[in-house]
Design a protein around this ligand. Structure first.
Ligand SMILES: [Fe+2]
Length: 470
């Protein structure tokens, strides 16, 4: 009898344990238990080959391109010459043409504490043909350098296009790994949506801007050949009044151009572009965004302008995530969420990409907009009009990974994992897009998380796997 009682008790205990563990698991989505290799989180040394200075007197370096107009027929080419200003011109020609054209840009330089920049050139090339490969050349006489890019197709609802996604890249061995994985991914990104925190130069004494130069040379191998769409993060602020640097974003604004004027923005930190079937809105988490501020006013006017019949995919980039269940930076995006989430739901934004948290996370389609101070409706609920929120701040910078997660995993969190990697958003047509997250520790073709996105504007009534709340 005694043994039987012990046995029954043991069974009861086992059942309780199993049930309780199930209840815990049911709180949210998947928290990956993937164990990654040890990462040392150190920047690559200054003499690394990825930072190599191109040979020749005053040779152009840190060459990168970004979109130069609203439709995709323009490109801004930026580069730095170290010794003297040299030429501001870009020579360019279509792949199958002998006719060479020239565009004239301008040159800037800046001082930051005891650092003086090189000569930073920005040149906008306008009125290119859509969907065409162009070669371009910068520099003078014997030290010219030649690159190429492909313009996107004319915007239209069913134009397929593939975007890469990287955030918080920095310049460590892990950063190099991330960029290499992106380059070798069989799904080829045609333009990079970069969600902020670029060089991490500000982690050096007096924000040693030499690390801005090394970062520019590091990314050139990708960014000279496809546009990187820039978002500013907190590591672009470079705000240090103690050393006389009391104006935010000085290195960033001198080094990186954005086509903000063509979307009627008054600041390079927030703007929009069309690219193929996507309408991309870039926001600034570290500029004023409260009611009546320039950014608020711009976005209020901007959202109604988006023609989803022409560009069905409405994508927002910002640095600080509005939904994140990691301990590090927890709730930092809450003020932005309170301000803008109702607009994102109202205008049926498809995806919001952010960085900042050095990990990966994907949300369910949820909103938290019902709360009115007295009704207690302050929890996120499933919402078919809401975007998917993806945090992709896992580029690999020197600060390492954000490994600590809030427990239990909230219901809105579909998948979270603290590994370095990059994303690919592969838009197929007006209704379907495929998103994959690639973890660096896997092979180039392996996705650690993925989902089909069903366009909010065109397919709102259809059931979708991404809506299933666990
Ligand atoms: Fe950040």
């Amino acid at each position: 009898m005694g043994m039987k009682r012990v046995y029954t008790g043991f069974l009861c205990l086992l059942t309780v344990l199993i049930l309780s563990s199930r209840v815990r698991l049911c709180d949210g989505g998947i928290s990956s238990n993937y164990v990654r290799k040890y990462n040392s989180n150190v920047d690559m040394p200054l003499n690394s080959d990825v930072f190599r200075v191109p040979p020749g007197y005053n040779a152009p370096q840190q060459v990168y391109i970004t979109q130069g107009d609203h439709e995709g027929k323009g490109v801004i080419v930026s580069w730095t010459t170290p010794d003297e200003p040299g030429s501001n011109s870009v020579l360019y020609w279509a792949e199958n043409s002998n006719v060479k054209s020239s565009a004239e840009g301008f040159v800037v330089s800046y001082r930051y504490y005891n650092y003086t920049s090189g000569y930073i050139h920005h040149c906008t090339i306008k009125d290119l043909e859509f969907d065409t490969k162009y070669y371009y050349e910068v520099g003078l006489e014997n030290t010219t350098r030649k690159f190429w890019f492909v313009t996107p197709p004319k915007p239209g609802p069913d134009v397929p296009y593939t975007f890469g996604l990287i955030g918080d890249l920095g310049q460590t061995y892990d950063s190099n790994n991330t960029l290499t994985h992106y380059e070798l991914n069989p799904l080829k990104g045609q333009a990079m949506l970069f969600v902020g925190d670029l060089s991490y130069a500000d982690n050096y004494p007096f924000h040693n801007n030499i690390r801005w130069d090394t970062w520019g040379r590091f990314i050139e191998r990708s960014a000279a050949y496809q546009p990187w769409i820039w978002t500013a993060g907190n590591h672009e602020l470079d705000f240090v009044p103690e050393i006389g640097e009391s104006k935010p974003f000085v290195p960033y604004k001198h080094r990186f151009s954005t086509p903000y004027r063509v979307s009627d923005s008054t600041s390079p930190l927030w703007y929009s572009i069309k690219r193929a079937s996507a309408y991309i809105i870039v926001m600034s988490s570290y500029s004023a965004f409260g009611t009546y501020t320039p950014q608020w006013k711009w976005l209020k006017n901007e959202l109604p302008k988006v023609n989803r019949s022409e560009t069905p995919w409405l994508i927002i980039l910002m640095h600080c995530p509005m939904y994140s269940s990691y301990v590090h930076h927890y709730m930092e995006g809450e003020t932005m969420r309170v301000m803008y989430e109702p607009w994102f739901v109202n205008y049926k934004v498809d995806v919001v990409f952010a960085g900042h948290v050095h990990a990966y996370e994907r949300s369910e389609r949820v909103s938290n907009v019902a709360y009115n101070i007295i009704n207690r409706k302050c929890s996120p609920v499933r919402d078919e009009s809401a975007p998917v929120y993806i945090t992709i701040g896992d580029g690999g910078n020197q600060e390492g990974l954000a490994t600590e997660m809030t427990q239990p995993q909230p219901r809105y969190s579909a998948y979270r994992e603290a590994s370095f990697g990059h994303g690919i958003l592969d838009i197929k047509n007006r209704t379907h897009a495929y998103f994959g997250w690639h973890r660096n520790d896997d092979g180039y073709a392996v996705e650690a998380d993925s989902l089909w996105l069903f366009n909010r504007y065109w397919k709102l009534d259809e059931p979708s796997a991404s809506h299933v709340m666990r």
